[in-house]
Design a binder for this molecule. Structure first.
Ligand code: SF4
Length: 438
């Protein structure tokens, strides 16, 4: 039975599960938020909101989304605004966070969200909720944006970066168990990537002791397979961008391996790939007996050195291929990330990429092909989306038939095109407002 008059509803989906779990766990632990009921749903509907409004005086509906989900989220918000009565819609506060709202708060607010959270929200969301409950000034919350008028926003400065050790990465209470986030932030500045924009190059590692202790608890709940989230698995505990803290990685993996009940450790695999310059034969040989995976995900992105320079990858094609060769000779299958359609990539550059892909496939590597999408908040956000050229499409199709290309790049191309068109369209669209509700 619910005793509070305010609730927060998280609409959890596969694509936001990782980012929302830490927030949900943080709210559960916060003694200042005992007067707030937390409700976790999947695919929230207008009828769900109507039912909740029979129990609660006010509800906060929270979303976290990526650019590829724009169309789905906008459709949902339009449905909410049209299906809820004037009284109902005025009792709902819509908030959003995650990579798209951080990079493009204006579009987010035009979708009908009242507040767009910028960057990480473990600190700012509880701050907002406490003020909301106490009817204090929620506009003092750090790291939020809200509409000033139809075409411009106001925002508050971001909160300080959190110390990962102070926050949970899973929710014991709600049985939500994403992979373990061991590192947050990245010092590299790949121009297509939103990670630096989300976390402002502030790299933080979770200490091995905290991870080991949490895994000791996990095995008591039959959570015996251990996976990680990090921008670079081999960068764990490293002091500088390109260095590797072999001792730190081994301390973590050996510590986990020694826990009775741990069945399989997956390290260097999705969602925690590795950067090429961190791969060495010595490290691979040391970790191999401790981990269960025989695939390692590695980012190459382009087969053209000119493109790699332009996208500020910080490594060459040759360096990446040499890292891939080390993985292959050590008995691992490299899963190599490639992006097709990067801005500035000429047909000749794409041909070079196809050539590299061809060689890697012959060596038994697997390619994970992505289609470039201009993401808000990145250096390439104003790039124009270009469809893949027919010639390159044909060559990719031929390579696809080898079964060595993973990732549905046809589907991704559709998402990329649609999201880009929507971002263009939204520039001239007026925000959804409560005056629009029936
Ligand atoms: S692609 Fe990887 S290395 Fe590059 S900025 Fe993003 S997280 Fe960092």
């Amino acid at each position: 039975m619910h005793t509070n008059s305010v609730s927060i509803v998280f609409d959890i989906q596969k694509k936001n599960f990782y980012s929302l779990t830490s927030l949900i766990a943080t709210i559960d632990e916060d003694v200042n938020l005992r007067n707030l009921d937390q409700i976790i749903t999947e695919d929230l509907s207008s009828n769900d909101i109507k039912s909740l409004l029979k129990k609660y005086a006010r509800i906060i509906v929270a979303y976290s989304f990526r650019t590829s989900q724009l169309e789905k989220i906008y459709t949902k918000m339009k449905t909410f605004y049209s299906a809820l009565s004037t009284d109902e819609i005025h009792r709902v506060t819509f908030i959003a966070g995650g990579s798209h709202p951080t990079g493009d708060p204006l579009t987010t607010l035009k979708f009908g969200f009242d507040f767009s959270f910028i960057g990480e929200a473990e600190y700012s969301l509880p701050f907002f909720l406490k003020n909301f409950l106490e009817k204090d000034d929620i506009y003092k919350t750090p790291g939020i944006a809200f509409l000033k008028n139809e075409t411009s926003i106001s925002s508050t400065s971001r909160p300080p970066p959190i110390n990962l050790d102070d926050y949970l990465f899973l929710s014991k209470k709600r049985k939500l168990y994403p992979p373990l986030e061991i590192t947050r932030g990245c010092a590299f500045g790949c121009t297509f990537c939103q990670v630096p924009m989300l976390f402002k190059h502030r790299i933080r590692h979770r200490s091995a002791e905290i991870i080991i202790n949490m895994v000791k608890w996990m095995v008591t709940k039959q959570l015996n397979d251990i996976r990680f989230i990090t921008p670079n698995s081999f960068g764990y505990l490293s002091k500088s961008t390109k260095s590797v803290n072999q001792e730190g990685i081994m301390y973590l993996l050996e510590g986990l391996r020694s826990i009775k009940g741990v069945r399989s450790i997956f390290y260097g695999t999705f969602p925690g790939e590795v950067r090429p310059e961190t791969v060495s034969e010595e490290l691979i040989t040391k970790i191999k007996p401790l981990i269960a995976n025989r695939r390692i995900s590695i980012g190459l992105q382009s087969g053209s050195n000119k493109v790699l320079r332009e996208i500020r990858r910080g490594h060459t094609v040759e360096e990446a291929v040499s890292a891939i060769d080390i993985l292959l000779s050590s008995g691992f299958t490299p899963i190599v990330d490639i992006i097709i359609g990067l801005p500035g990539a000429t047909e000749d550059d794409e041909e070079q990429t196809i050539h590299v892909i061809d060689n890697l496939i012959q060596k038994q590597a697997i390619i994970r092909a992505h289609v470039f999408m201009p993401l808000p908040g990145t250096a390439l956000e104003s790039s124009i989306y270009h469809p893949i050229s027919p010639k390159i499409r044909k060559k990719l199709g031929r390579l696809n038939s080898t079964g060595k290309i993973e990732g549905n790049w046809n589907q991704q191309e559709l998402y990329a095109k649609r999201a880009w068109e929507m971002m263009q369209d939204m520039r001239s669209v007026s925000p959804l407002t409560r005056g629009d509700s029936l």
